[in-house]
Structures are given as C-alpha cells and as structure tokens.
Design a protein around this ligand. Structure first.
Ligand SMILES: Nc1ncnc2c1ncn2[C@@H]1O[C@H](COP(=O)(O)OP(=O)(O)OP(=O)(O)O)[C@@H](O)[C@H]1O
Ligand SMILES: [Mg+2]
Length: 268
C-alpha cells in the first residue's frame, strides 16, 4: 500500500472522541492558517462520510471522491483491457473535478467510499489521485470520523501533525490515551508531531495541564468555550467567518504559529 499523500509540505489531521469539536477545530485552524504566509496553498479534506466540515464551512461540493470511486468501478465493470487505460486517463481529471476552490482554501470531500466487497485496486487508484492533487498544496488539513481507523485506512499513513481533540471529560481523555497508544506503541500511523488540544474549556485549566502530563501527550493548547462558535452553529453561519478576535480563533492562531508552522527546534 502506498503511503500518501507525502508530497505536501504539511499534512495535519485531527482525531478524538465523537463530538469533541474536531470539525470545528479544523475550520478554526483553517482560518488561522489562511492568515499565515508560510501556510502556502491550503487544502481541506473532509474524510468524514457525514461531511460535517463541508457544512461547517457553508461550502457546496460538486462531487465527492466516493462518487468518483463509484464511477471508476462502473467504468472498470463496463470494459475489459482498455478500461484500465481509460481509468488512468480519467483519474486525474476526476479528482480535480471533485476539488472545490474557495477564496482562502480548496476543499475535497471523500463522501461515502465504503461499499461491500473488496475494491483495493480502486482505493489505490484514488490514493494516487489524491497524491497528484496534494502535490499542488503546501498544507493539507484532514477532518475525520471519531477514532483513527478511517484516517489510517482511507487517506494517509504518514502525517506531519496529528492533533488529538478532547473535551474536558474523562471519556475524552480515555480516547486520547487510546490514540496515543495506537500512535506511539502500535505505530498504526506515523506522525512527526503529536499534540493534545482541549476544546470547549471552561475553567479547570490546571487540572487539564496535569491530565496532559499524565497522558504523556504534548499539550498544544486549551481552546475556550466560545459563545461565537455556539451562536454561529445555531444560525448555520460558517465557522471560518468567525471574527478574528474570537477567543477560540486567537488560541488557534497561537497553536498554529507555535506548534504547527514553527520549524523543528523552534517550537515552544
Ligand atoms: N470552542 C468551542 N466553543 C463552543 N462550541 C464549540 C467549540 N468547539 C466546538 N463546539 C461545538 O461543539 C459541537 C461539536 O463540534 P464538532 O461537530 O466540531 O465535533 P466533532 O468532534 O467534529 O463531532 P463528530 O465526532 O460527530 O464528527 C458543535 O455544536 C460545535 O459548534
Ligand atoms: Mg466532525
């Protein structure tokens, strides 16, 4: 299995217990990254079949990678030898067709890519397609389902930064501990930087700092519960349009500068 995409300078993914704020974190990080010159070109991949990121951004996508994949399967079933050549020729075009370019970044939605039966060669083709695409981007953010399995299986096996998003609950931290084990002991996925972010924090900062030490995961930051996020969510406004001085965005800007974009050795 190829390890992809590796050509982008920075590949960043989030994981953690369900509902901890992974999707909101990606959207807030995207806003913070979009303002930093060293981010370069930015791609957001929504790897959650529920496509929460696409809706959190208020974006519309023409096609998902899942739909591209279905088309590949149909083409492969329809033809014999020549179908393979046809598919390779179509793939780059189809992947680019699934890409939606917005003002500050582009977005690619995976959609539903699971069907019964084994379509491994198709997945490999898709992975290659995404690799082609990622050559055009300097920074890629990946939003996934809860847990690590999907990120590992579908999109990437090697990351620059993996952010575990936890809420201030013991269950959130239990999931964080499991993910740490999967990464550090079982080496399910390779990443250069592993960080913990507590989200929707309302007090108890010292307890959370202690918890991160016990978990033995580098604490990247504490994102406050932000009324702006809650009200944007309520009225369906894109989180990427949050006022830049919102408390959550300011903290993400700090994490992005000190932990994500800073070169090795310059992190604090
Ligand atoms: N810092 C914050 N302040 C206030 N509300 C927040 C904050 N971060 C996230 N939320 C809210 O918490 C809820 C869950 O967030 P989100 O959908 O991002 O979680 P998730 O981890 O992606 O969920 P899932 O596991 O279902 O994909 C949303 O209603 C979101 O608006
Ligand atoms: Mg989500």
């Amino acid at each position: 299995m190829s390890e992809t995409p590796t050509s982008a300078k920075r590949l960043i993914a989030v994981c953690g217990k369900g509902g901890t704020g992974k999707t909101a974190s990606i959207a807030m990080m995207a806003q913070a990254l979009a303002q930093a010159p060293s981010t370069g070109s930015l791609l957001l991949i929504d790897a959650d079949p529920a496509m929460g990121l696409v809706s959190a951004l208020g974006a519309q996508v023409r096609r998902t990678m899942g739909e591209v994949r279905e088309q590949i399967i149909r083409t492969a079933k329809g033809g014999k030898g020549e179908a393979k050549t046809k598919i390779s020729n179509m793939l780059d075009y189809m992947v680019f067709e699934a890409l939606t370019e917005l003002d500050r970044f582009s977005i690619l939605a995976m959609g539903r890519t699971e069907t019964l039966g084994c379509f491994c060669p198709v997945n490999t083709l898709l992975r290659n397609g995404i690799e082609t695409l990622s050559e055009n981007f300097d920074t890629i953010l990946i939003d996934g389902e809860a847990g690590l399995e999907q990120i590992n299986r579908q999109v990437v096996r090697r990351l620059h930064t993996l952010l575990i998003i936890s809420d201030p609950t013991s269950r959130g931290m239990e999931t964080a501990a499991l993910i740490r084990k999967m990464v550090c002991d079982d080496k399910v996925i390779r990443c250069e930087r592993l960080g913990l972010v507590f989200n929707r924090v309302r007090g108890n900062e010292d307890l959370l700092r202690d918890a991160s030490r016990k978990l033995d995961i580098d604490l990247f930051g504490l994102i406050p519960f932000d009324e702006n996020v809650a009200s944007y969510d309520l009225i369906g406004k894109p989180i990427t349009d949050l006022p830049p001085d919102s408390p959550s965005i300011s903290t993400w800007r700090d994490i992005v500068t000190r932990r994500v974009l800073a070169p090795d050795g310059a992190r604090q």
